[in-house]
Design a protein. Sequence first.
Length: 364
Amino acid sequence: MIFNKMESGEYEQILFCHDKASGLKAIIAIHDTTLGPALGGCRIWNYASEEEALIDAMRLAKGMTYKNAAAGLNIGGGKSVIIADPKSGKTEAMLRAFGRYVESLNGRYITAADVGSGPADLDIIYQETDYVVGISESYGSSGNPSPVTAFGVYRAMMRTAKEVFGDDSLEGKTVAIQGCGSVAYSLCEYLHEAGAKMIVTDINEEAVERVVNDFGAEKVGVDEIFEVEADIFAPCALGAILNDTTIPKLKVKAVCGSANNQLEDIEKHGQMLKDRGIIYAPDFIANAGGVINVADELLGYNRERALDNASRIYDQMGLVFDIAREQDITTAEAADRMAEERIATMKEVRSNFIRTEHDTLSRR
């Protein structure tokens, strides 16, 4: 059954990792390495079953292939999951055992932070392998990716504004922002500087008040954000928030935010937005600044270069809008096609990643 799933989804490799001494139970899924070594975070989560963990690892790995390809990066897609309670279940021994499994892949997979893992965990993994990015800044890494993620979203929003309003200025535009976390806060800094008006909400009242006080934003209730009059809706919190219930409520001309998996059903809800005349900026392109930032570590981190590459999200988003317009498809479909075409083209040059050839890692 597992090989049928791998074949239908075009997965290259799935590694099941077990260490009795530390209690490690992990899965590393490598989806596609046409463009280079697979890069994707390590999610630590107390999954209800091993099957659920496998499904999540495979789903996330494929998503990283598309995100990395669409971002123009020379890296493939992979993901790992560790079955453990992220607060009480992870130990130094477990993380080091996981690091040894990553090392055994000899660069085919590079791990990073994800839900349940952070720089402190990655620092431990780093004791066993060099194939990890996003470690503590004291090791010369890129540090907190939130500002670069936010910059990428801001550039995506500028291009979205151009598509909708004819120019990319956000001055005088009203942006409804769902979520006031670290990425959203940095995004608000850019929007405030650009002269945009912000309407914000979050379940964390303290985070809301910070944005209100620092940038003069207007606050509304968490359920009211979908119905406010605005130019752009920016989902910067939970996934699957564009659905049958919320899309009919929207009073905006565009959607562009940092949250992952914003469409509950990509095909159905992408079409619903299109039918309503609402331009959707595909999330995995808009929020690619984070992976662009950590991927730069593979070349020896340079913040100026990382920001320059994140700035190009503007052009990538433009290509998506062009494809959607020319082929009369949703922007979500267009983003997938753009990623698939890049991979297909490169398959003619190199079929899969081999550590011994000249590659992204050979300059380390």
